[in-house]
Write a protein that binds this ligand. Structure first.
Ligand code: MN
Length: 174
């Protein structure tokens, strides 16, 4: 049977990698994780638990708490919810080879324009339309963020911190 995790499973050899095998979960808590992935190129994987999978983006520069930093976030294949706790070494010669460490994790809430919570189903519909607002409650990341898809581009998004009481605004550095 084809599931949302077919791509995830097809890229990995589970006899070699310590990563979890992909299977879909029931709709659960809205959790997020950011994993620092020191692979061929260092990046940060930003994942939101939605629709029984982790919707996932690779953020080359990592998320920022500064609204002036509009961070490129490249959508990648859905990951299984079990990946939310994954840390470890993906062996050489395998997809994503390198070290994965959890950089931040916590809860998130999908929200609408009026900052009201919306359902997981509404959040998935918002993603399909190319714009999702969320509130993050992590140790490093907090407050409102938005994910916005580039026009005419399926994979490239921006992850932007909104101006709120959690935002960090750096002054000119001398
Ligand atoms: Mn990665």
């Amino acid at each position: 049977m084809t599931t949302a995790l077919t791509t995830y499973n097809s890229k990995r050899d589970f006899t070699a990698t310590p990563e979890p095998k992909g299977k879909k979960s029931g709709d659960a808590a809205f959790r997020f994780v950011v994993q620092r992935h020191d692979a061929s190129r260092l990046h940060y994987d930003f994942r939101l638990e939605l629709g029984g999978v982790l919707k996932s983006w690779a953020v080359p520069k990592g998320p920022s708490m500064n609204p002036a930093d509009k961070r490129l976030a490249v959508m990648v294949e859905d990951h299984p919810v079990g990946y939310i706790d994954f840390e470890g070494e993906i062996p050489k010669g395998h997809y994503g080879a390198g070290t994965v460490q959890i950089w931040d994790k916590g809860k998130f809430f999908p929200i609408n324009e009026k900052l009201e919570k919306i359902s997981g189903r509404q959040a998935l519909a918002a993603l399909k339309k190319g714009e999702l607002k969320i509130i993050l409650q992590g140790d490093k990341l907090a407050g409102e963020f938005v994910l916005v898809r580039f026009k005419n581009d399926g994979k490239n998004w921006l992850l932007i911190k909104h101006n709120d009481e959690y935002a960090v605004r750096k002054k000119y550095e001398l």
